[in-house]
Ligand binder design. Sequence first.
Ligand code: CMX
Ligand code: CO
Length: 146
Amino acid sequence: MLTRIDHIGIACFDLDKTVEFYRATYGFEVFHSEVNEEQGVREAMLKINETSDGGASYLQLLEPTREDSAVGKWLAKNGEGVHHIAFGTADVDGDSEAIRGKGVRVLYDEPRTGSMGSRITFLHPKDCHGVLTELVTAAPPAAEEH
Ligand code: CMX
Ligand code: CO
């Protein structure tokens, strides 16, 4: 079951400048940043709010690490802007299979690694009224050190 907006993915040419815009304009701070080579992005997650399912909602600012990546191609064609939306679920495997069964193309056979150790997959934008849609299961909280 999809229980929250996990994040909105925003493509930008310059991650540092875009992070600074969100900080100076709204006061949002970087919660986490990483490079995901498989996805071809350098990214910053800005936490907006906690959610009632124990998760949270973020803005995901994305700068491509290479021109032939999904975000690099999209930026070259469209310029900066909203690239995708992501719904949070406790069960990305089950939900993506159920959605595949409804005739929507799920881009990956198995979920891949997303921000902060999450597991992610994508639905084809042409099957979702023009919206690239991501499904995310957050990593479980790290086991307590003893
Ligand atoms: N939103 C809406 N439509 C999009 C889109 C997007 N983000 N990206 C591409 N499209 C549209 C294009 O406009 C194009 O439409 P037309 O044929 O009408 O021109 C069509 O989809 C095909 O686009 P393309 O430029 O030829 O690109 P590809 O088919 O090679 O790739 C997609 C499109 C969705 C398969 C690819 O972007 C993908 O695999 N995305 C998932 C991975 C991803 O986005 N990773 C980055 C984020 C990582 C993260 O969130 O952690
Ligand atoms: Co995303």
